[in-house]
Design a protein around this ligand. Sequence first.
Ligand SMILES: Nc1ncnc2c1ncn2[C@@H]1O[C@H](COP(=O)(O)OP(=O)(O)O)[C@@H](O)[C@H]1O
Ligand SMILES: [Mg+2]
Length: 373
Amino acid sequence: MTIDEPGPTGGRPPAGAVLRPHAEQEYAGELARLAEHDDRPRPPGWRLSPWAVTLYLLGGGLPDGTVIGPKYVGPRRLVEVAVATLATDRALLLLGVPGTAKTWMSEHLAAAVSGDSTLLVQSTAGTSEEAVRYGWNYARLLAEGPSEKALVEGPLMRAMRTGSVARIEELTRMPSDVQDTLITVLSEKTLPVPELGTEVQARKGFTVIATANDRDRGVNELSSALRRRFNTVVLPLPASAEDEVEIVARRVGEIGAALELPEGPAGLEEIRRVVTVFRELRSGVTGDGRTKLKSPSGTLGTAEAISVVTSGLALAAHFGDGVLRAADVAGGIVGAVVQDPVSDRVVWQEYLETVVRDRPEWLDFYRACREVS
Ligand SMILES: Nc1ncnc2c1ncn2[C@@H]1O[C@H](COP(=O)(O)OP(=O)(O)O)[C@@H](O)[C@H]1O
Ligand SMILES: [Mg+2]
């Protein structure tokens, strides 16, 4: 079966068999309840009002008792600014260090606003203008010449035609001249197709959410002309260790359920420890402020903490007694910290021998780390 031929379920695998459902699939229930209760004005082309989109992102309760789980944990004002921007004619740029939920927030915003988070351009140094604008079905193009049928629309063009949110991941990784093709789209809301002598005019509801890493080195700066088309929202690292523990615990629970890992106790103590180690190493100082530390080269963000704990849960479930213990996370932590085998190892050894060893309640963790280091 080719991808064009819908099977019995419309070409899609049955629900529950998908490894990672899109946000609008996974949270279809919440989005439907929100739409039911949402009596505030919706901007043209929006599925929900800005109020309901914000509620979807930050979580809260509905009058009928439905509980909407928080997707993003962070300052309310940030989310409000992001949502308000989407209701204007300006595009939204989410900026931040790796693991601050830029991609995550852009997916959920697109799901809540347009009901579709899949109109996505993943930028790399090799991203071409075709990937951003449109391409051609070359067999058709050669046989019939340029025609509507031979044109293959990209995610951006589709978003314009349907009045939806287009997502551009890692905007600053695409070459500058390709970035420039976005300027017309964002300022004129039009994508010309000179080959056909036509253009696609964006329907109401069309907008762009781009993400960019503000720590990327050696990438293409955003031109000032393009930057002016965006409102920028900077996503911070989680403010407190407790916030970060909550984010990790919630996400690990969801991922564990999706992977159908045997259910075990949450292992909150272990999660707290992973978060503490990562926060101390990335901030360069221990939690009590007493000891200065060297920071390792790699990113020790929330996303890394989530993956260390998820792997630990799999170890505990399949090879341990189901309870997440120090030995299940030690390997993951060392792997995440020691990216450069020489310099990071020195940083790690110093942390292990001066900080970890001095915490009596961390003895099990110290031993487990010694074993894998
Ligand atoms: N403030 C936060 N609130 C909720 N989830 C978060 C937060 N920060 C990080 N995460 C989690 O971290 C993971 C990685 O985020 P991601 O969007 O890939 O980061 P980025 O694109 O900024 O590098 C996501 O699974 C998300 O659930
Ligand atoms: Mg990302």
